[in-house]
Design a protein around this ligand. Structure first.
Ligand code: PDD
Length: 291
C-alpha cells in the first residue's frame, strides 16, 4: 500500500485527507519543495530543505523542523514506498483554522504532507530536446518563495500544452525571467546567460549545479538579464529543474533554436550533470558545504 506522510505519520494513501479549512487549501497559504530521488537517495537534499526553511521564514510560517529532521522524515517515506528512482513532493501549510485572511491567533500547527512519485530520467527528451513557447510573466513579485500559489505558473504551462509544447518561458516586458516550472538559459557565442537570482525567479537547485558544472568546465556563466530577442537569437536554449534536469529547447514558438539540434554546450552540461548524479551529492561543495 502506498504511503503518504502526514505530520510525521505514514498513512495509507486512501486515508490521507486534507481538513476542509486548511489554509493551504483555502488561501494557497503554504510552501513546498520537490526533490529528486536517484538510486534511493535524495539528490541535493540539503539545499532543497534549506530552501524550504527559507520559504517558510519569508512567509512568517513557524516550522519546527531542522534540515536533518526533514531529510530523515522524507527518507523514511521513500523507503516505505520502495522508491529507487523518482521524486518527492513535500508541502507545508499554515495549518487549519476558521477562514480569515490574517494569520490565525493564537497560531495553529503547520500541516506537513509529502508523497512520492516513481519514474526514471527523461532520456528521450534530454537527447532530442523539447518545444517551448513564450508568454508574459503575470505572477506576483516574490517568485523567490516556493509558494503554493501557482496559478500564474499553471496558466503558463497550460498555454504550452495548448501549443503542443513542454514548457512556457516567461518574460516581464522584454526581460526573460524563467519557465513555468524551470529556470531558463540562453547560450550565445560559447557563453551561458541566465536571469540573476532575485525576487523575479526561483533560485533553482539545478541552476546551482549547472553553475558549478559551467565553472568547472570554464564555460562563462553570466547571471545577467537578457531580452526576448536575445533568447530567440540564441545558439542554444536550456530549461532546468529537479525533474527535467538540463533540458534542451530546440524549438521556440515553432521556430528552430540555432540549427534546431541539441548544442555542444548543452551536451557538455548534460554530461557534467550525469557525472554529478553518479557521485550522489558526493563532491560538490557550495560555500564549503556539501550540497
Ligand atoms: N519546480 N522555477 C520555477 C518556477 C519552478 O517551479 C522550478 C521547479 C524551478 C527549478 O528549480 P529546481 O531546479 O530547484 O527544481 C524554477 C519544481 C520541479 C516543481 O514545481 O515541481
Amino acid at each position: 500500500m502506498t504511503k503518504v506522510l502526514i505530520n510525521e505519520k505514514l498513512v495509507d494513501e486512501q486515508e490521507a485527507n486534507v481538513p476542509y479549512n486548511d489554509r493551504g487549501y483555502v488561501f494557497g497559504d503554504g510552501i513546498y519543495e520537490y526533490v529528486r530521488i536517484y538510486d534511493n537517495h535524495i539528490f541535493t537534499a540539503r539545499p532543497h530543505f534549506e530552501r524550504l526553511l527559507r520559504s517558510a521564514k519569508e512567509i512568517g510560517l513557524d516550522l519546527k523542523y531542522s534540515v536533518e529532521g526533514l531529510i530523515e522524515l522524507v527518507q523514511e517515506l521513500i523507503n516505505a514506498n520502495g522508491i529507487v528512482n523518482g521524486g518527492v513532493y513535500i508541502q507545508v501549510t499554515r495549518g487549519a483554522a476558521p477562514r480569515d485572511h490574517a494569520f490565525p491567533t493564537p497560531s495553529v500547527e503547520a500541516n506537513v504532507m509529502a508523497f512520492t512519485k516513481n519514474y526514471g530520467r527523461p532520456y528521450k527528451e534530454l537527447e532530442e530536446g523539447i518545444n517551448a513557447v513564450t508568454t508574459e510573466d503575470i505572477r506576483w513579485l516574490r517568485c523567490d518563495i516556493k509558494s503554493l500559489n501557482l496559478l500564474g505558473n499553471v496558466l503558463a504551462k497550460e498555454l504550452a500544452v495548448k501549443y503542443n509544447a513542454k514548457e512556457a518561458i516567461q518574460h516581464r516586458g522584454d526581460i526573460v525571467t524563467e519557465g513555468s516550472s524551470s529556470n531558463v538559459y540562453a547560450i550565445k557565442d560559447g557563453e551561458i546567460y541566465t536571469h540573476p537570482v532575485n525576487n523575479y525567479i526561483l533560485n533553482g537547485i539545478t541552476r546551482k549545479v549547472i553553475k558549478h558544472i559551467a565553472e568547472e568546465q570554464n564555460i562563462p556563466f553570466n547571471e545577467e538579464t537578457f531580452t526576448l530577442d536575445f533568447l530567440k537569437n540564441a545558439d542554444e536554449v536550456i530549461v532546468s529543474s529537479t525533474s527535467i534536469e538540463v533540458m534542451p529547447v530546440v524549438k521556440l514558438n515553432g521556430e528552430s533554436v540555432g540549427d534546431g539540434k541539441v548544442g555542444a554546450i548543452t551536451k557538455k552540461l548534460q554530461e557534467g550533470f550525469t557525472r554529478y548524479i553518479d557521485t550522489v551529492s558526493g563532491e560538490f561543495q557550495e560555500n564549503g558545504q556539501k550540497i
